[in-house]
Design a protein around this ligand. Structure first.
Ligand SMILES: [Zn+2]
Length: 183
């Protein structure tokens, strides 16, 4: 499966000058919501990612809101388990809202659409660990990281797209005065 072709075809591969969630600037942005607006794409990607973790026994899948909500759901659907999400708590962390089940001793998989530094998925992991659950794997649709990410458990991505991203002082697009788009 050509994941990046799905992004291109969905109009989800944007070019310009973007401020990523990680704080870095990049000439590319992958707008996964444009892919996931098509349930058929979401299902295919969710199934492909779930296959990587079929041998791990998990009790639930969690993703960071907003990007990880639909992905966690479709991966969970294929694994036959619960799919939940964590959301920002306003203090730099994430929480799991009451009523979503994540319990002590349960094993979970954490997923995110696109990882660059892995910051968002790590905060979702911490939210589930705060409930006493145990991380057993991390999955992403696209791995944009320039250096291998280490979560201490198996990490699998459907595609690698390690494009340049810059700390703001070194950004050539800033130096050329190109307007920055927050994403
Ligand atoms: Zn810049």
């Amino acid at each position: 499966m050509d994941v990046l072709e799905i992004y291109r075809e969905s109009g989800a591969l944007l070019t310009g000058h973007f401020l990523l969630k990680s704080g870095k600037h990049s000439p590319y942005f992958l707008q996964s919501a444009a892919v996931f607006q098509y349930p058929r794409h979401a299902r295919v990607l969710g199934e492909a990612l779930a296959r990587h973790f079929a041998d791990l026994e998990v009790d639930f899948v969690i993703g960071p809101a907003i990007g990880g909500v639909i992905l966690a759901y479709v991966v969970a659907e294929h694994l036959g388990v619960r799919g939940i999400f964590a959301e920002k708590d306003g203090n730099g962390g994430m929480f799991i809202r009451p009523g979503l089940v994540a319990e002590r001793g349960e094993r979970f998989l954490a997923v995110e659409d696109v990882v660059t530094t892995g910051g968002s998925v790590r905060r979702a992991i911490e939210a589930a660990e705060a409930r006493g659950a145990e991380l057993v794997g991390v999955g992403a649709v696209v791995d944009r990281s320039q250096h291998p990410l280490d979560f201490g458990v198996p990490f699998r991505a459907l595609a690698r797209f390690p494009v340049e991203s810059y700390d703001p002082p070194e950004c050539p697009h800033c130096q050329r005065g190109e307007p920055l788009v927050k994403v």
